[in-house]
Design a protein around this ligand. Sequence first.
Ligand code: MTE
Length: 318
Amino acid sequence: MIIKTTKDIPASEITDPLVFNKRRQIIKAMLAATLTGAGISPVLANNNESIWADVPKSDFSVDALTPTPAELIKNYTNYYEFSFNKKDATVLAQNITTDPWSIEISGEVEKPGSYYLEDILRQQTLQESIYRFRCVEAWSMVVPWVGFSLGSLLKTVKPLSTARFVKFTATYQPEIMPKQHNHAMLEWPYVESLRIDEAMHPLTILAVGMYGDILPKQNGAPLRLVVPWKYGFKSIKAIVKIELLKRPPITTWNKFAPHEYGFYSNVNPAVAHPRWSQNSERQLGSGFFTPRRQTELFNGYGEQVASLYSGMDLRHFF
Ligand code: MTE
């Protein structure tokens, strides 16, 4: 693989920053126009960076939470296709081309097909969802996502009564994703799955932005899943395929270590990871002396989701 460094790029090919910023504004304006179905947003004409500053709040948004600073969310990422280091994807993920982007939806549905993201967005209502996000590694953050309901998208393709699981597949691009050359540890592409009722739950969203702006590439642009009551690894980034299935599929982390990463992976302080406690979490951005946060069952979303698991032994179905 050839990686071009700035040293190799002739001066004639380097875009003038003014032209670059102008181009970025135009792309944003086009996207905003696509989304609103209207002309170019006046907000953009004023050179305002936040294209989705005015999207309505989701009913599930937890307004009392203080979002983690954007710079921390953008520079501390888990994106194993690129690196096992939390800083590398900030740079490496910029190699992904996110436009055009299409998503194949297939399996147990009446209307399978390949859909351009912009066509999907035209049909969906964007909302801001300020959610807690808890990683299985026992750190957490609060993210103001911009996204739409996964259930609402699934309804447009009409799931059959035989659809019991939803499988999500991330993009496979070994030419720009260095770790995809190595199949010894994780299998590629990255795959995750939800039960159909979890997928249809109104808390479950597909995010296209955060902090009122387009999702940073290292955080999963152009489209990622967000399931706030589950450990973060369920929230798969850069989705290209959604399949509705009769049976649970094999998923990346569950296959890698089934005794460590269960299919459900609901946040649960009472069920320890075999190698560490899940009882508390380090909040990203908190000071050295700030006490750890007590982890909550279902990450604090029990009122909304506990009924999905009534009668289930959460230790067994971890
Ligand atoms: N999706 C893909 N495609 N590849 C990944 O490596 N990492 C997962 C999840 N989704 C991952 C992924 C893990 S382990 C976590 S904790 C979250 O993304 C991290 O999201 P963030 O980097 O935006 O904080």
